[in-house]
Each structure stands twice: as structure tokens, then as C-alpha cells.
Design a protein around this ligand. Structure first.
Ligand code: PLP
Length: 351
């Protein structure tokens, strides 16, 4: 593969300012970023440059119409110092699926993959090796084209920025099953990683936090009878020994962690079901003791166990299990990601 990515290196590295033993999540950035401009009807070759602020016109459509999408992925370093990604083509495909829905021009695969791998090689010292740490990689596209007219922009920027990060959140969370607000609707943009989807979650999530919960469990917008996602993660429920997750749809995002967990669970001989999960079923299962586990699944936290949930002014606790599916599945997926185990599914990608 001939590399077409132009590189302008940072004059001084900021790496000595970073305490790699106490990394936050997603708030320290590496030395370089990738920028690729869409102009005159085409995506131009990507450039790598020192990490820096952007200059945008106040009439750039990102500010007015929220035309923006993103991805979230991680780069891992194994004990030998080799760099790995996890199913990166899935992120690329989903970026373009989101792009299409938000009327953003689709990006060529080689710009994404070459840009990403070149950037990771250049900033490889920024990939932490401490347990649970990784380089969080944030590819995104924003409308830089100008105009107050409510129509798609004619210029865009595709950017990849990287943040060396510690483990996302290790404690168990308490969640509130939402009865009023919705994250997504049929015919809407819930399946896309579109910026506005997350802005719309902040207020209802804050209301849940004010009531003493950590996160919201989103229910379907029409009836609020079915549980759909856990914050910005897919949700799994274990009733007796069956692991259940909702089917992807306009409203439920097609998470890479979700589908990897389904494959690993199957490989472990765990019974899985992909079907609608009603709130009534979860409440009944909590009452009769068949509700064993609930957890969120997504790139950042991988698996985020739920300690209990609130619904209609009542709190329900989940049991403390020693051999949870959550910990088993998290171990199997992270062992593949960090190159500690055989990759029988072919998910690892060497940078
Ligand atoms: C990103 C995201 C997920 C998880 O997707 P992964 O590919 O597993 O990181 C789930 N739900 C929502 C709403 C998301 O934005």
C-alpha cells in the first residue's frame, strides 16, 4: 500500500507532561491529529499535523444545524510493544452509515485506514501499556462549510484525535428506567453516531443523576415499555442463564462490542436471545429472583455492570455474583483486544 498521508511533525512532544499512571478518560491528547478536508465535491488526501485548535467561520453549519458524526475506538499495545486495533473496519463502515443519514459525503476507506494507521505509528509512544489503559481514538466529521441556510454544507473536515486513557469506569452503576424522555425514534437518527443524539441525552441523564442514579436506561419512544440502551451503551440482561439484548433498529445502535459479546457468549455455550425486552419482564424477573445480571456494552467501558435499577419510584437490586457473565465476557473480549489470547474470530488488526 503506498502511503499518501502527508505528515507535519510536532516540534516538541508533550508526552513528558503526562502522568501515564494516572490517566483520565479522554481528556489528554496526543501530539498529532489527522485532518482530511472535503472541498469542491471531493475528499482530499489526509494530512497529519500537530494537535491544535481549529479555526471555523461562525456560519459553519456544524454550529447551527449540528451536522456532525463520530466514532469511538481504541488502540492497544501488547507486551511486545505491537499495536492492535479491534475490528476497525466496522468503525469505518458505521462512520459512513452515520454520514449517509446526516447528509455528509461518505469517506474513502483508504483515507480512514491509512490515516488511522499512520497516525497511530507516529503517536505510538502515546499508547499506554498499563492494565486497562489504551489510546482512545476519536474519528469524527463536522460540517465546516458556511451559510445560515438550513441545508447540508459544501465543506467538511474528517479528523482523528487520540487520547491516552485509563479504564473508563470500574464501579457498578445504578440506573433509572426512563418513562418520559426518549433517546431515539423510529425514522430518526438513533442508529447513527450523530452529535445531537448525545446532547439530547444530557438533560434527562442529569435529572436521573439528581435522583441518585448514574445513568438512564432508554426505553422505546412510543410506549416506554421496552428497554433499549443503557446511556450510550447497548444493554444486556441475564434472566436465569440466558443472555438477552434488543435487536438493532432505527433506535438501537449497532454496537461492535454488542455483536462481539453475542459471538463470544455463543462460543462459551451461553444461551443468547436477540429480542425485545419489556420493562415488565425485567421487573418481574427482579422480583422472583431470576434476574441475575444487567450490563451495558460499548467500546469505552467494554462491559459496565449494573448494580440495580429504579422504576416507578421503586428500587430493585441485582445479586452480587462471583462468576458473572459480565466479568467472563469482559475478560474474553479484552484478552483478544490486548493480544493475550487466541483470536479465533479474526477481529484483531495489527497496525
Ligand atoms: C457507540 C454506541 C454504542 C456502543 O457501540 P460500540 O461500537 O460497541 O462502541 C452503543 N450505543 C450507543 C448509543 C452508542 O453511541
Amino acid at each position: 500500500m503506498t502511503n499518501t498521508v502527508m505528515v507535519e511533525k510536532a516540534k516538541v512532544s508533550k508526552i513528558n507532561e503526562v502522568d501515564f499512571d494516572n490517566l483520565p478518560f479522554g481528556s489528554v491528547y496526543s501530539d498529532h491529529m489527522l485532518v482530511c478536508d472535503y472541498k469542491d465535491g471531493k475528499w482530499n488526501a489526509p494530512k497529519i499535523m500537530p494537535y491544535q485548535p481549529l479555526t471555523l467561520d461562525p456560519s459553519a453549519k456544524i454550529f447551527h444545524y449540528g451536522q456532525s458524526i463520530f466514532e469511538g475506538m481504541k488502540a492497544y499495545k501488547d507486551d511486545e510493544g505491537s499495536i492492535w486495533l479491534f475490528r476497525p473496519l466496522e468503525n469505518f463502515k458505521r462512520l459512513n452509515k452515520s454520514a449517509k443519514r446526516i447528509a455528509i459525503p461518505e469517506l474513502p476507506e483508504e483515507y480512514f485506514m491509512e490515516g488511522l494507521t499512520t497516525l497511530l505509528q507516529l503517536d505510538s509512544d502515546w499508547i499506554p501499556q498499563n492494565p486497562g489503559s489504551s489510546l482512545y481514538v476519536r474519528p469524527f466529521i463536522l460540517a465546516s462549510g458556511t451559510g445560515f441556510h438550513a441545508s447540508p454544507a459544501d465543506e467538511y473536515k474528517f479528523i482523528i484525535a487520540c487520547a491516552p486513557s485509563g479504564a473508563y469506569f470500574s464501579g457498578k452503576v445504578r440506573v433509572l428506567i426512563e418513562e418520559n424522555y426518549s433517546r431515539a425514534a423510529n425514522g430518526g437518527v438513533g442508529y447513527a453516531k450523530a452529535g445531537g443524539n448525545y446532547a439530547g441525552q444530557f438533560y434527562p441523564t442529569q435529572l436521573a443523576i439528581d435522583k441518585g442514579y448514574n445513568q438512564v436506561i432508554w426505553t422505546d419512544d412510543n410506549t416506554h415499555e421496552y428497554i433499549e440502551e443503557a446511556g450510550a451503551m447497548n444493554i444486556f440482561v441475564r434472566i436465569n442463564d440466558t443472555l438477552i439484548t434488543g435487536p438493532t433498529s432505527d433506535r438501537i445502535l449497532d454496537g461492535i462490542t454488542r455483536k462481539s459479546i453475542l459471538d463470544i457468549a455463543e462460543d462459551e455455550g451461553i444461551a443468547t436471545e436477540v429480542r425485545k425486552i419489556s420493562v415488565t419482564e425485567v421487573v418481574e424477573a427482579a422480583k422472583n429472583g431470576s434476574l441475575k445480571e444487567m450490563f451495558g456494552a460499548g467500546t469505552a467501558a467494554v462491559v459496565s455492570p449494573i448494580a440495580g435499577f429504579g422504576y416507578k419510584e421503586t428500587d430493585y437490586d441485582l445479586p452480587e455474583l462471583t462468576n458473572s457473565y459480565a466479568s467472563l465476557l469482559k475478560k474474553r473480549i479484552t484478552d483478544i483486544q490486548y493480544n493475550r489470547a487466541e483470536d479465533k474470530f479474526g477481529w484483531r488488526y495489527k497496525v
